[in-house]
Design a protein. Structure first.
Length: 583
């Protein structure tokens, strides 16, 4: 297979994908048709103006000006201005509605993608698809495509009128246009390639900057400013290089276009003057020809931009479609299930993030209703992965996790997660107010009394009341204005407000100082009452008081039982407790 047919085939596929993407957006097509119609009327006015100008020149004398023709020209100018403004606004409004609908669809889809997608893709690159790529498509639809249509009509109609007026002058113009096209075509292709490279490089920089700024404290604590500066400068230099190449092409394109237009203008003017001297062409016809020349050359100049924008839009479409084709999280059926008094059971569950690198290997455990089940063991054994499977961030490679007599994969995803409560050692806190974080994701309106009660149960009402704005206090990005203990207690208060049936605690006090740890542990003890609790153990008191303990190492459960049973029967557990768990 040769390279050229392959490219044509891919281009056809991409165009089909582009129109398929638009067809699924339920766009207000009537707006586009109306805007395009007004633009076509504007084009008709542009085509009429040279003929009206010819009539004005040919019928006016030094001592007698044709005011009637002048009034008609002014009216047409005003009509063109009004319709062009109105049509341009409608088309741009349509374009904004396109990008709004596309962004809403893409954003909704991104939120439904499984966690594994975000494990493999930088957040900044996804946001670039949402913001930059959709903007490219908007520009093509709202500006470049209408300009291409109206420009094409102006070009064809102008050439037709010119041939009707005078075939000799028209032949000269018709000879010039293909030459211009042949010169611009390779330049347009170069600009298309540079445009795609620029988009890719910009998305890479966007992703890297978003990731690094999110962890700027780690950079500073590690003296990583110089390294990140050099890395960032490398990406910026890459964009700069592409931008310079693009500027070089633009710098060549503009003078070439101006030179071609001036050469065409001078050539036609000279030929027209000769014809006037011979008496075979009127002055008005020459003026009309020169005006039509701009109606011919101007669209040709925009065609290069249009095809460049098409290539950019096809690249953007390809990237957007790649995301939209990804399967969202499995929402299962609409089967609702109350988890109250249901036994949670894992049966021979295996899982791996990468093929050939197992993280869990046929683990099994049981959590009776309203009991406390602890998972202990060395770091990296797979404890947090068990929680990720329970939250259905991932699906087991084999085995089942059952709730009662039903596989949790068969329960409606929203219904399942609504009954879970999760508190980790670095609980997620969003920017915004304390109130917004407390009610985040709750399906009903929460009263102030309920909020204060939840805060009190989490031993968080005291520090919240000390803030001047209390629950309306802005806490900064990821809660940066709060201490670790305060963030943990807010997370616990949020868990209280959710009133989960199944509670999961992932070393929720591991990163706290002793004073904060004591308060957070008190809140956790309150939260664990009368609900099934799974806890990744850190404190000795949690393990001692657990109804059942599972020791996890190297992705396997090597022992389970009460604390006393494991201390006497499991040598590694006993050593682990003595070395790791004693305060």
């Amino acid at each position: 297979m040769t390279v050229k047919p392959r490219k044509n085939k891919n281009k056809t596929v991409k165009l089909r994908d582009f129109f398929h993407l638009l067809s699924g957006l339920q766009l207000k097509k009537s707006l586009f048709v109306l805007g395009l119609f007004l633009s076509l009327i504007t084009s008709a006015a542009n085509l009429a103006l040279p003929l009206l100008t010819r009539n004005l020149v040919d019928t006016s004398k030094w001592d007698k000006f044709n005011y009637t023709s002048m009034v008609i020209i002014v009216v047409v100018f005003i009509l063109q201005l009004v319709l062009s403004t109105l049509g341009g606004f409608i088309l741009r409004y349509f374009g904004e509605s396109v990008v709004k609908t596309l962004r809403e669809r893409l954003w909704a889809h991104l939120l439904k993608l499984p966690v594994s997608y975000f494990d493999e893709n930088k957040a900044g690159e996804s946001s670039s698809r949402l913001v930059n790529d959709t903007g490219v498509i908007k520009d093509l639809i709202a500006a470049q495509f209408p300009n291409f249509i109206t420009g094409g009509i102006q070009l064809v109609c102008s050439l037709f009128i010119l041939f009707v007026m005078d075939w000799q002058m028209a032949t000269l113009i018709f000879t010039i246009v293909p030459i211009v096209v042949l010169i611009l075509l390779p330049i347009g292709r170069i600009m298309s390639r540079l445009g795609r490279k620029l988009q890719t490089a910009t998305a890479e920089l966007n992703g890297d900057v978003s990731e690094k700024l999110a962890d700027v404290r780690l950079i500073k604590a590690s003296n990583g400013e110089r390294f990140e500066k050099d890395r960032g400068n490398g990406l910026i230099d890459k964009i700069f290089g592409i931008g310079v190449a693009d500027a070089r092409v633009e710098a060549i394109l503009q003078p070439v276009m101006m030179t071609l237009m001036m050469a065409a203008f001078v050539g036609i003017l000279a030929f027209g003057i000769i014809r006037i001297g011979q008496g075979t062409l009127t002055s008005g016809s020459l003026v009309a020809f020169l005006l039509y020349l701009f109606n011919v050359i101007s669209p040709v100049a925009t065609f290069a931009t249009f095809f460049s924008q098409v290539q950019k839009a096809l690249g953007s479409t390809e990237r957007i479609q790649a995301i939209l084709k990804l399967q969202p999280e499995k929402a299962a059926s609409n089967q609702q299930l109350d988890l109250t008094d249901k036994t949670l059971t894992a049966k021979a569950v295996s899982f791996s993030y990468k093929v050939g690198e197992p993280v869990l290997n046929e683990i099994s455990f049981t959590a009776q209703p309203n009991s406390v089940v602890a998972f202990a063991g060395p770091s990296g054994g797979g404890k947090s992965t068990i929680f990720a499977l329970l939250e259905r961030f991932y699906q087991p490679a084999s085995g089942q996790i059952m709730i009662g007599e039903r596989d949790i994969q068969d329960v409606d995803l929203d219904n399942w997660r609504a009954q879970l409560g999760y508190v980790s050692q670095n609980s997620a806190i969003f920017s915004g107010t304390i109130r917004e974080n407390l009610v985040y994701g709750l399906p009903r309106t929460i009263t102030d009394d309920e909020l204060w009660q939840g805060l009190a149960l989490a031993y968080a009402d005291g520090f919240v009341r000390e803030f001047p704005q209390q629950m309306e206090t802005e806490i900064g990005e990821r809660g940066i204005k709060l201490s670790g203990g305060q963030k943990q207690r807010l997370a616990i208060a949020r868990a209280f407000l959710r009133n989960p049936k199944l509670l999961m605690l992932d070393e929720a006090t591991a990163s706290l100082d002793s004073e904060s740890e004591g308060k957070v542990q008190q809140a956790l003890d309150q939260l664990m009452v009368d609900r099934t609790t799974l806890v990744i153990a850190h404190r000795l008191s949690t393990i001692v008081n657990a109804d059942q303990i599972y020791f996890v190492e190297h992705g396997q459960i090597t022992g389970h039982g009460t604390h006393r049973e494991l201390m006497s029967q499991h040598e590694l557990y006993a050593r682990y407790v003595n070395e790791q768990m004693v305060d």
